[in-house]
Design a protein around this ligand. Structure first.
Ligand code: SAH
Length: 246
């Protein structure tokens, strides 16, 4: 739940059709009625990832049940760039930071990957998805990035689609600067791969570099923490090939 301008934005799992009312869930109802003290007749902006953004009027407000009715569509559904982040499992704090920042930076999907050196902290996927929704509401997206459950990196590479180029952020430092690497390629389906705190194993490095369409890149002369690296790489990609180009 988040503000944009002075209007609250909410992501809902309901179809959005003019004058077709729908109920909010418990948490969203409480937020509007108890926290934000909204009343019947007030308006919020709603999106569902398919039908664009709609201004909805509050038709019924009780503590636990708010009913919204879509009135006007304020923007058609648009999709951001086809950009997937493959993120090695890191500690909870940095991982949650990456989910939020990658959502703001417009990724379409986040694939959680297990690598040779990932730590096996328990992943609370429901919490990560809630963070992605909150960030999508705040950042003004019309969809929420899909978060794929943890899978082994080598399984992802086994089934890699050759039409998707892969930016391999390799801390080993013997790769082309990312900025230069992106200057020579086209837009289209891309992915960015970020390793864990322990970095990539030699076997992984060889496997990834052997992948058709892999572009090993350096993010400069210093070793960045995984969350810093993810934010930096996504920023460079958006600026060179994505929707920051205007
Ligand atoms: N512990 C490792 C660093 C891992 S940093 C070591 O000390 O070498 C976590 C991930 O961030 C790396 O696997 C890589 O994907 C990315 N990363 C960090 N710094 C980078 C750099 N300078 N260039 C490219 N990728 C980098």
């Amino acid at each position: 739940m988040s503000y944009v301008g002075d209007m609250i934005r909410l992501f809902v799992p309901h179809p959005l059709l003019a004058d077709t009312a729908f109920p909010l869930d418990d948490a969203q109802s409480r937020y509007l009625s108890l926290v934000m003290r909204r009343a019947v007749g007030d308006e919020v902006e709603v999106f569902n990832g398919k039908d664009g953004a709609w201004v909805c009027r509050l038709d019924q407000v009780t503590k636990r049940h708010v009913i919204l009715c879509p009135k006007t569509q304020t923007s058609p559904q648009t999709e951001g760039p086809d950009l997937v982040l493959l993120m090695a499992l890191v500690k909870r704090g940095p991982l949650e930071t990456v989910i939020e920042k990658a959502t703001e930076l417009g990724v379409s999907e986040i694939w959680l990957v297990q690598t040779d050196r990932t730590n096996a902290d328990r992943i609370r996927e429901d919490r990560l998805r809630a963070i992605a929704i909150e960030a999508a509401e705040q950042t003004g997206r019309l969809n929420v990035p899909l978060i794929r459950s943890p899978a082994r990196l080598d399984r992802c590479l086994d089934t890699w689609s050759t039409d998707r180029r892969l930016i391999f952020c390799d801390e080993a430092g013997d790769s082309m600067p990312m900025q230069a690497a992106l200057g020579a390629v086209q837009s289209g389906p891309w992915a960015v791969l970020i390793g864990p705190e322990g970095g990539f194993s030699p076997a992984e490095r060889a496997r990834i570099r052997g992948l058709e369409g892999a572009v090993p890149v350096s993010l400069g002369p210093r070793i960045l923490r995984a969350d810093t690296a993810a934010i930096s790489a996504l920023t460079l990609w958006q600026s060179a090939l994505g929707d920051w180009r205007g």
